[in-house]
Write a protein that binds this ligand. Structure first.
Ligand SMILES: [Zn+2]
Length: 361
C-alpha cells in the first residue's frame, strides 16, 4: 500500500477521515498525547517530525487551564477556554515550522464541564467563518457516567454543530477506570469497565446519521499505571462491537468504527497490537509521557544538587556562579527529550513509525 501523503498543519474533516481509514488499512494507530504547555507541545511536534507520522495533540480540561496558567482563576471555564484557544493557535503555527501534520483534540469533557466545550465550539465556529477551517479537529464528550440514552442524545446534538464546521466528535461508552484529571474511577463497578457491543451499535446507528465520530469503548482500560495484573484488557470487545455493527447494518467496511484506546500507558504491547487490529486508530498516552518528562528532571536535580543550593558557590569554588545550572532551560530541554523518546516508542508500538509521507510544496 502507498504511504499516505499529508501537508504540515491541522488535519480536519474529510482528510482526517482519510487518515483514520488509512490507519485501519495498514493496521496502525496514532498516539494522542496530553500536553500542558510549550515544553510538552515541543516534545510532541519533534516526535512527529522524527516519526514521519501525524501526531494527535490533546488538552484535557485541567491541561487547558494549566496552559493558560494554573494561577489564573477559571470561573465559568474562562481560563480553560482561553488556554485551549491559545494552545490551538500556538500548535497550528509551530506545526508549520516543524513541518508536521497535527490533529488537535480536547480530552474528556464530563457533563459538568460542558461550558468548556461550548466555549470552544463558539470559538471554532467563528474561526471557521473567518478562515474556512476549524480551530480543533475534534472534541470529546465523556457522558459515560450518564444513562446511555442521555449520552447518545447529547452527543447527537453536539455532533450537529461540530459537523457543520467539519469537526469530529469523540464519545465514550463504558467507563475508563483509574484516575485522571481529578476524576476518580478507581472504585467503579468492574462490569461497567467493559462496554457492551449492543451499546456500540446503538450509538453508531444514532451518530452516523449526523456526522463523523470516534468511539472510546471501555475494554478494561485504566487511566494511570498501576501494579502489573491490575488491568485486564479485553480487546476482543472491540472486535465483537465491529462485528455487531457490520452484521446489523451491513456497512461497506467490516471494521466501520474508529476506536479510541484510553489509558494506553503501561499496556502490554501484544494487547496494543491486538486492539489496533480491531480498529483502534487513536491511542491516548499521558501517564507514561508524564513520567518520561519528569524522570530526566529528577536525574538532573540529583546530579546537580550541589550547584542548585544557592545562586553563587558550588563544589568548584565558593565564588562560582550557578546561573547556567539554575536556568530552567537546562532541565526543561531534558524533559522534552525524554518525552519525545517515549512518543517514538509509542509510534513503533502502534506500527505508525514512518508510515506517512510529509509533503511540503
Ligand atoms: Zn481517557
Amino acid at each position: 500500500m502507498d504511504k499516505l501523503s499529508l501537508r504540515p498543519g491541522l488535519i480536519w474533516g474529510s482528510q482526517l477521515e482519510d487518515v483514520f481509514s488509512y490507519c485501519k488499512e495498514c493496521l496502525c494507530a496514532l498516539p494522542a498525547v496530553n500536553v500542558i504547555g510549550s515544553s510538552s507541545i515541543n516534545a510532541a511536534l519533534i516526535a512527529a517530525k522524527e516519526a514521519q507520522a501525524p501526531i494527535i495533540i490533546q488538552f484535557s480540561n485541567g491541561g487547558a487551564h494549566f496552559n493558560a496558567g494554573k494561577l489564573l482563576p477559571n470561573e465559568g471555564q474562562r481560563a480553560a477556554i482561553a488556554g485551549s484557544i491559545a494552545g490551538a493557535y500556538h500548535i497550528a503555527h509551530l506545526a508549520q515550522e516543524y513541518g508536521v501534520p497535527v490533529i488537535l483534540h480536547t480530552d474528556h469533557c464530563a457533563k459538568k464541564l460542558l461550558p468548556w466545550v461550548d466555549g470552544l465550539i463558539k470559538a471554532g465556529e467563528d474561526h471557521y467563518k473567518a478562515y474556512g477551517k476549524p480551530l480543533y479537529s475534534s472534541h470529546m464528550l465523556d457522558l459515560s457516567e450518564e444513562p446511555l440514552e442521555e449520552n447518545i442524545t447529547v452527543c447527537q446534538r453536539y455532533l450537529e454543530r461540530l459537523h457543520a464546521i467539519d469537526m469530529f466528535l469523540e464519545m465514550e461508552l463504558g467507563v475508563t477506570g483509574g484516575e485522571e484529571d481529578g476524576v476518580d474511577n478507581t472504585e467503579v463497578d468492574s462490569t461497567r469497565l467493559y462496554t457492551q457491543p449492543k451499546e456500540v451499535l446503538q450509538a453508531y446507528t444514532a451518530l452516523k446519521e449526523v456526522g463523523r465520530f470516534t468511539v472510546a469503548a471501555a475494554f478494561g482500560n485504566t487511566h494511570g499505571v498501576y501494579k502489573p495484573g491490575n488491568v485486564k484488557l479485553r480487546p476482543i470487545i472491540l472486535k465483537n462491537s465491529q462485528n455487531e455493527v457490520y452484521t446489523n447494518i451491513h456497512t461497506d467496511n467490516p471494521r466501520p468504527i474508529h476506536f479510541v484506546f484510553h489509558g494506553g500507558s503501561g499496556s502490554e504491547k501484544e494487547k496494543i497490537s491486538e486492539a489496533v487490529s480491531y480498529g483502534v486508530v487513536k491511542f491516548n498516552i499521558d501517564t507514561d509521557t508524564q513520567w518520561a518528562f519528569t524522570r530526566p528532571v529528577r536525574e538532573y536535580m540529583d546530579a546537580k544538587h550541589d550547584f542548585l543550593m544557592s545562586q553563587v558557590g558550588n563544589p568548584e569554588g565558593s565564588d562560582k556562579p550557578n546561573k547556567k545550572y539554575i536556568d530552567p532551560r537546562a532541565w526543561l530541554v531534558l524533559a522534552e527529550k525524554g518525552m519525545k523518546n517515549r512518543l517514538i516508542e509509542a509510534y513503533k508500538d502502534l506500527n505508525a513509525y514512518q508510515k506517512f509521507i510529509f509533503r511540503y510544496e
